[in-house]
Design a protein around this ligand. Structure first.
Ligand code: ADP
Ligand code: MG
Length: 717
């Protein structure tokens, strides 16, 4: 009776696709084979040209136009050897995803033949029509053009599809007035701000000339897989990425048997295929496992420089999505595709590293390394306390609202988990326990080196949004579908701010004659005292914490996206981003406008989809079943069932009428007014519709139910 079938959903696994993806055992021959690495360029360019290019890369300046044509030719030749017919400037508009407009290498000769060309000009800059990308008012309508500019610090790569390949050139995207219309530009600026703030601080600790600092990032991606057969029969999944209906199945995640469980063959084959493609793109994926919810999985790479990690993270999402189709699966990256089981996040592991590879958040095992570690860790504590709002805003979205604070993901209150060992060290430093001054060992702790700090395995204390994990911090509030660029831009900038303040204090003390040890000790103590309210090692889900955080410690609790987003343009934040030249006031205001706009549109689509599905799929199913019941006589069972169905159907009808009224209303003309209308009127009306529909799902005959159920979607693998 069903036009969707459980058995075919389970079997719809095209094993022919699998043969083409037999893993290459020789990882070194696959790894980065589709990446135009420096070595590749070196082999293809003359020595002077390569030297000139390398100098450009190191200085981060624009390419010397006199060599641009030569470099472009080398890139084209390489790309064509790899089977590419087209090239694209690949960029990150403010939609949070990526954009590409392909141009072929074909250039007609005028005599009916054609050759392949790609000029230096085409490599360095392109002018996509910017008018269809969100600009938050940055781009006046009379000036629709924008331009993309080559980001030579992230290598070009080949993107493959079933019938060919495209050369992708990572680029920044800006308006003609020079304002950033993308997520990459501010990220690059924030890396530079971090470098400028941290390098002088490191010099005070004796770092050598030529030291540069960047941030490192490893993002763990959670996602769901469901059978494709079901996906296309769920308008809600197709339109909104999440299920807007669905009664709880008899079994959810309560058996705790899925997490780290054996990975089903179909899924493992899929993962292996995706990994092979990611290796070819030079993306160092390392870890794969089942996550907590049924049908939920995770993939994590080894960390990289944050700009490259951000590019690679977008590619990872793309490969996960594309590859699933070969296996009759769909990868859902939404933060909350299913109610009642865990949602998906994207933990951002972050640290700072020198160009020599020294991790500044690694405690190390000498007193000198420890001193530096405590200094930079204090700076992170100060940064997170002073800019809780920005971290919260950086992960705010309509979809992540279903997750943050839902007792499965970190709360919307930002705090830091240091772990008992490191907290103990800071507490003892603050109270001066264990001896006084540098004589009594490292900063007066009575020992000359810090005890080794445990590296917490993955998920200990899941409840903290920002956790120290041995030699890095893990920002866990980020959502599974979002770009990591803005959260990392914020982290880099707020830490640059804190480090430059603490470095100025340190410099003053040293110039005043203090020795490094006691100067650092004073700064660490004072910083920790001033900001320790942000440190919390307990259960972030508990009611007591919410009380204590908000009332005792006066931490911010910005529950929903709209509570958070209006703080983005607070004077403090404008001044911070201006000071470090990461975002101008106009660029910041544009981002706020776009966040409101995306929020409004997201919920608006959900509201419309809910109404449409309730009216055209669910109510008709209930009515059909009712008419069948009415024709089935008047036994006790028939009358009883009919009464249940009728009550739920009436409730659904009323709820749909109410939702319909809210879908038609707007709440105002301004985008933030429309957004508030969505949060305060449309979302509750949708919830009422869902409640009635989910009741119906439990009483309507399965053969009449028009949607694949949670029971099917989550358990057919
Ligand atoms: P844990 O088990 O404590 O979470 P892992 O070593 O498994 O630690 O790391 C989890 C993620 O953190 C991985 O993506 C890893 O590459 C990343 N990571 C490790 N060290 C750093 C670092 N210095 N900077 C950024 N990310 C890091
Ligand atoms: Mg995880």
């Amino acid at each position: 009776n069903h036009d969707f079938d459980v058995i075919s959903a389970a079997r719809n696994w095209r094993t022919d696709a699998v043969d083409t993806a037999t893993p290459d055992q020789i990882i070194s021959s696959v790894y980065a084979s589709d990446v135009l690495t420096l070595e590749q360029l070196k082999a293809r360019l003359s020595k002077p040209t390569f030297k000139s290019l390398q100098a450009t890369l190191e200085r981060g300046a624009t390419l010397d136009p006199s060599i641009a044509d030569t470099v472009a030719l080398a890139m084209k030749t390489w790309a064509m050897e790899k089977g590419a017919t087209h090239y694209t400037h690949w960029f990150h508009p403010l939609t949070g995803s990526t954009a590409e407009k392909h141009d072929s290498f074909v250039s007609p000769n005028g005599d009916g033949s054609a050759i392949a060309t790609f000029s230096g000009k085409e490599l360095i800059q392109a002018e996509p029509d910017a008018s269809s990308f969100p600009s938050g008012g940055l781009r006046a309508t009379f000036e629709a053009r924008g331009y993309t500019a080559w980001d030579a610090s992230s290598p070009a790569f080949i993107m493959r599809h079933a019938n060919g390949a495209t050369l992708c050139i990572p680029t920044a995207f800006a308006s003609w007035t020079g304002e950033a219309l993308d997520t990459k530009t501010p990220l690059l600026r924030s890396v530079e701000a971090l470098n400028k703030a941290v390098t002088p601080a490191l010099k005070l600790f004796g770092a050598s000339e030529g030291t540069r600092v960047s941030s490192t990032l490893g993002a763990e991606q959670e996602y769901f897989l469901i059978a494709e057969e079901y996906y296309y029969r769920r308008p809600d999944l197709v339109m909104t990425g999440r299920t807007l209906f669905g009664a709880q199945p008899p079994r959810g995640q309560e058996l705790e048997d899925h997490y780290f469980g054996a990975i089903p063959d179909r899924v493992l084959s899929y993962m292996t295929d995706a990994e092979q493609q990611l290796y070819a793109l030079g993306i160092p994926v390392k870890t794969r496992h089942n996550e907590v919810a049924p049908g939920q999985f995770e993939i994590a790479p080894i960390f990289e420089d944050s700009n490259i990690a951000a590019d690679h993270q977008q590619l990872t999402m793309q490969v996960l999505r594309n590859t699933a189709r070969k296996y009759g699966l769909v990868a859902l990256l939404h933060e909350k595709p299913f109610a009642g089981v865990n949602g998906s996040g994207k933990h951002c592991n972050w640290s700072m590293s020198t160009n020599a590879g020294e991790n500044l958040l690694e405690p190390g095992d000498t007193p000198h390394e420890n001193l530096q570690f405590l200094f930079f860790t204090s700076a992170v504590i100060k940064a997170v306390d002073e800019h809780q709002d920005l971290l919260r805003i950086s992960v705010a979205s309509a979809s992540n609202d279903h997750r943050l604070g839902a007792n499965e993901a970190p709360p919307a209150i930002i705090s830091i988990f240091l772990g008992s060992e490191l907290s103990d060290i800071f507490d003892r430093l603050e109270s001066g326990q264990g001896g006084r001054g540098a004589e009594a060992g490292l900063l007066g702790l009575g020992t000359s080196v810090l005890p080794p700090l445990p590296r917490h395995a993955g998920d200990r204390n899941r409840t903290s949004p920002f956790a120290f994990t041995g030699n890095k911090f893990e920002f866990r509030a980020a959502g599974s579908s979002q770009s990591i660029s803005f959260p990392i831009t914020v982290l880099n900038t707020i830490v640059a701010d804190a480090v430059s303040a603490l470095a100025a204090e340190l410099k003053a003390k040293l110039e005043g004659g203090a020795d490094l040890n006691s100067a650092v000790a004073d700064i660490v103590k004072a910083t920790y005292s001033a900001h320790k309210r942000i440190v919390f090692n307990g259960d972030g889900y508990s009611d007591e914490w919410h009380q204590e955080a908000e009332h005792g410690r006066k931490l911010l609790n910005l529950r929903t996206t709209l509570d958070a987003v209006h703080h983005l343009t607070d004077a403090k934040n404008g001044a911070l981003f201006e000071k470090f030249k990461v975002l101008s006031d106009r660029e910041l205001a544009a981002r706020q406008e776009i966040m409101y706009d995306i929020y409004f549109k997201t919920v608006n689509i959900e509201g419309e989809t809910t109404e449409y599905m309730a009216r055209t799929m669910i109510l008709p199913a209930a009515v059909k079943y009712l008419s069948e019941l009415h024709a089935a006589g008047s036994s006790k069972a028939v009358k009883g069932v009919a009464a249940e169905v009728e009550a739920a159907a009436d409730e659904l009808f009323d709820a749909v009428q109410a939702l319909s009224a809210q879908n038609t209303a707007t709440g105002g003309d301004e985008v933030h007014e429309k957004a508030h209308h969505m949060r305060d009127q449309v979302l509750p009306a949708m919830t009422a519709v869902r409640k009635a529909a989910d009741k119906l799902e439990k009483v309507v005959a399965e053969q009449h139910w028009p949607l694949p159920t949670y029971r099917q979607m989550l358990f057919v693998k």
